[in-house]
Design a protein around this ligand. Structure first.
Ligand SMILES: [Ca+2]
Ligand SMILES: [Ca+2]
Ligand SMILES: [Ca+2]
Ligand SMILES: [Ca+2]
Length: 389
């Protein structure tokens, strides 16, 4: 397949605008005044079977099938400028939650498996997310160097406001060079939020020597106010099941206020779901596990309760519950997989919405946002192909 976005900019914009106007049902922007959402119950079945072929989007641009496609190449709008907020995952501080997409479809010419980067789609006052307000983050553009070397990997791990300026910061993991001798370098970096969103270069997380242990990579960063002082902290793994506890706030150079080593943990760390403070005592809690846990899937771990000393009080067994995930209406006859991207309030009604990514291989996907309590019909869908250069 050829790259899709070879059109001159104007043509693309026109096409996208036309699709926008014509394809309310297709775009599923139910909130944008395209008739009642329930009208979608009917037309979605016989007239536009989801299994029809889409691998070439060229056959006539019929509105219902233009959906995910039409976002690719959509003209970008500037990231809305904010002044700071306490909303989670609000990188530009405008009070609307933003979406992090760690896995993006790859361009056909990207055959050597280069990291496609991290996609950010910003929230908006008019709709839960606005795919036109987006940013592509990459190691080349945004990573800090390790010595002279720019990392290749750049993966989103978690996000929280680590320097307390009202703009959520993104914690990423990278692959700095390591010669295998002694403790490896810290692979975690912080990209700080700002009125213009996530911009500029990340800062490497500084972990003081006394808070490190063994020769494993410090990984699995989890945000939370584990010591209950109102400032967001980070917990990361150390070797032999220990936990490095980094007290917030962090400086712009990536240094925590202080750091220490906690003896009990595990090789995988997670925040409890859906509430980080499981017992409501004002201290966020942490889950340590011996095996990786995918969001939305069942898993067991050990609860480490927050306290003035951090996530150090044993809290017994903790179970993540499996969840039935809606599948984004990706039009393909092939087998697809669906991953939970996030639960969070994107439309401002204080209830957690659901965002999933349904994909086939590395070239085809659809992100779908479902409003709380309605996983039948997505409010918004788009393909991450819109991040392709
Ligand atoms: Ca925002
Ligand atoms: Ca911040
Ligand atoms: Ca704290
Ligand atoms: Ca607690």
């Amino acid at each position: 397949m050829r790259p899709r976005i070879t059109h001159p900019k104007a043509a693309v914009t026109t096409r996208a605008t036309a699709a926008l106007a014509a394809g309310c049902a297709g775009l599923l922007l139910a909130l944008a005044g395209c008739g009642s959402p329930s009208a979608a119950d009917g037309p979605s079945s016989p007239s536009s079977p989801p299994s029809s072929s889409t691998s070439d989007g060229k056959n006539g641009d019929t509105p219902p099938k233009a959906q995910a496609r039409s976002w690719a190449g959509t003209a970008r709008i500037p990231v809305p400028r904010g002044t700071g907020s306490r909303v989670p995952y609000d990188f530009n501080g405008d009070g609307h939650r933003d979406l992090v997409i760690d896995d993006l479809v790859k361009a056909p010419e990207n055959s050597h498996g280069d990291d496609a980067g991290i996609g950010i789609v910003y929230g908006s006052a008019d709709r839960p997310l606005d795919p036109a307000a987006r940013q592509l983050l990459s190691a080349r553009a945004n990573a800090a160097k390790s010595g002279d070397t720019l990392p290749v990997a750049f993966d989103a791990e978690t996000a929280c406001d680590l320097d307390r300026d009202g703009f959520t910061d993104l914690v990423v993991s990278t692959d700095p060079p390591y010669n295998g001798i002694g403790a490896p370098p810290v692979p975690l970096q912080i990209l700080f939020g700002s009125p213009a969103g996530l911009t500029g270069k990340a800062a490497t997380v500084r972990i003081p020597q006394q808070a490190r242990f063994g020769n494993e990579w410090p990984e699995q960063p989890v945000c939370g106010d584990f010591d209950g002082d109102g400032r967001t902290d980070l917990a990361v793994t150390a070797s032999a099941g220990q936990v490095t506890f980094l007290h917030g706030p962090f400086s712009r150079t990536g240094a925590p206020r202080s750091a220490e080593l906690l003896p009990d943990g595990g090789p995988y760390l997670y925040a409890p779901e859906p509430k980080a403070d499981t017992d409501g005592d004002g201290y966020d809690d942490l889950v340590a596990a011996t095996r990786p846990h995918a969001p939305g899937q069942a898993a067991e771990g050990t609860l480490l309760l927050g306290s003035a000393k951090g996530p150090a009080r044993p809290g017994g067994t903790y179970a993540f519950r499996a969840e039935h995930l809606p599948e984004a209406p990706l039009t393909t006859t092939a087998r697809t997989r669906t991953l939970l991207l996030d639960h969070g309030d994107y439309d401002g009604d204080k209830k957690p919405d659901t965002v999933v990514r349904t994909y086939r291989g590395e070239r085809q996907d659809l992100i779908a946002l479902y409003a709380a309590g309605n996983t039948g019909e997505p409010v918004l869908t788009f393909s991450t192909a819109l991040f392709l250069p």
